[in-house]
Design a protein around this ligand. Structure first.
Ligand code: LLP
Length: 418
């Protein structure tokens, strides 16, 4: 993570000390680097500068308004999966016309809202959804641009919970049935078929599954062409992995060069929906050791961040690096880094060789994607603050949640009259 480095034995985000940020904004706190977000996005933009299409950042990875605003200013489009995400894009100054609406369960109400806001394209995942969209579009007197999300049945070779392109997964339309659904879509009122889409999983560290999926999709594009259905774009979804530990995912340029080679000579625009590869290594979760609790069997460092702040270790056995913000010399011991939540699954990291003292600040690295975005209020813990660093300035981009935030919308029962 090049924008998070030590200077004078203190970990910095760009030129801001994480000690200072912890003191000013408190912990737990998510800290993002503007330069890292920008660089990661621009690596996609540069690689696609010579082809038609767009990079549609997957909002679910990190949906803070300031992050969406930053990416919108750089020219990004967005990939959304709910009305709420579309409202965020609009609130951040993003362009709905550069937005793709994905997701397996869009409601008619969400469809109507998205049509009214003129989203660029609906990625439709079933025949039933197609019929519903046709109905909604007709009723609104509008036409919905549609791409069918197909399930190409390739193994993304990633964690089963984040693998989406296999027959067993709930996502997309079986590629073998896709021609039929395209023909149906072609004839439906209120629907304009414009593209084809797939997303085979997340945290992919090899190119082959992407390229296999592309081959299968191009075969479908050709079949449709023979039937008189001409597609304008192909959307390969997100999924490119990042380095958490020692993974060596393909570089964005290598990935996209291979895709561009394969698309050469075809009149197809290219859309992508990257989330993690833009956000993960642009942020850390900053936390503080409350107690050290060595036991006969294991040493626990109890910190003030917990599974409600970052559920990835509990949910996917995710490994994220732990760095001490101001390391002191001392004997290393093995620690489990655990939170205050009453669950055995409440850990951020296990078996880490560190020299720790009470009060130390720690940074859980690679936390910019699916960190805050998946956080909850479990154990009535307010969600963490979020800070965006730009050079030597640290901006609070989301306040830590207060008790008032926690109980907003809750009602006590009225006491009975007698
Ligand atoms: N497009 C669609 C339709 C998706 O479902 C996803 C992610 C993306 C794009 C972005 O994929 P990315 O580039 O970030 O891999 N919470 C999990 C990851 C879940 C991914 C869900 N879909 C985690 O923390 O590992």
């Amino acid at each position: 993570m090049p924008h998070f480095n030590y200077r004078n034995n203190t970990l910095l985000a760009e030129r801001c000390s994480l000690e200072d940020i912890a003191t000013e904004f408190g912990t737990p706190c998510y800290v993002y680097s503007k330069a890292a977000f920008t660089e990661h996005y621009l690596s996609y933009q540069r690689a696609l500068s010579d082809v038609k299409g767009n990079i549609c950042y997957a909002v679910k990875a990190n949906s803070n308004l300031a992050i969406l605003q930053l990416l919108a200013k750089l020219g990004a489009g967005f990939d959304i999966v709910s009305k709420g995400e579309l409202q965020r894009v609009i609130a951040a100054g993003g362009d709905p016309q550069k937005t793709l609406f994905s997701g397996v369960g869009k409601t008619p109400e969400e469809m109507a809202f998205a049509l009214e806001k003129q989203v660029g394209c609906f990625n439709v995942e079933s025949s039933e959804e197609l019929l519903a969209l046709s109905e909604v579009a007709r009723a609104a007197g509008k036409t919905a641009a549609v791409s069918l999300r197909v399930n190409p049945d390739v193994d993304a070779k990633t964690h089963p919970y984040i693998s989406t392109g296999l027959k067993d997964n709930k996502f997309g339309i079986d590629i073998n049935l896709a021609v039929e659904v395209y023909q149906k879509a072609h004839d439906l009122p209120g629907i304009e078929v414009v593209g084809v889409d797939c997303h085979i999983g997340s945290q992919l560290t090899q190119l082959e599954p992407f390229l296999d999926a592309l081959e299968r999709i191009l075969m479908l594009v050709d079949k449709l062409h023979d039937l008189g259905i001409e597609l304008q774009h192909i959307d390969l979804g997100g999924g490119l992995g990042v380095t958490y530990n020692d993974e060596k995912p393909p570089a964005v340029t290598d990935y996209l060069n291979r895709v561009k080679q394969r698309l050469a000579g075809r009149n197809l625009s290219l859309f992508l929906e990257p989330g993690r590869s833009i956000a993960a290594n642009a942020g850390v979760l900053l936390t503080q050791v409350i107690y050290l609790k060595p036991t006969a069997h294991k040493n626990f460092a109890v910190v003030d961040a917990a599974m409600n702040d970052n559920i990835r270790p509990a949910l996917y056995q995710a490994w994220q690096k732990v760095q001490v913000v101001s390391p002191k010399s001392g004997k290393n011991r093995q620690w489990d880094i655990v939170g205050p939540v009453c669950e055995t699954g409440d850990f951020l990291a296990k078996n880490r060789e560190l020299s720790l003292a009470q009060g130390d600040r720690l940074a859980l690295m690679s936390s910019g994607a699916y960190g805050f975005a998946m956080s909850s209020n479990y154990n009535s813990r307010g969600r963490a603050a979020e800070v965006l660093v730009d050079g030597d300035r640290a901006h609070l981009i989301r306040e830590r949640e207060s008790f008032t935030d926690l109980i907003r919308g809750e009602h006590l029962l009225k006491e009975a009259a007698d």
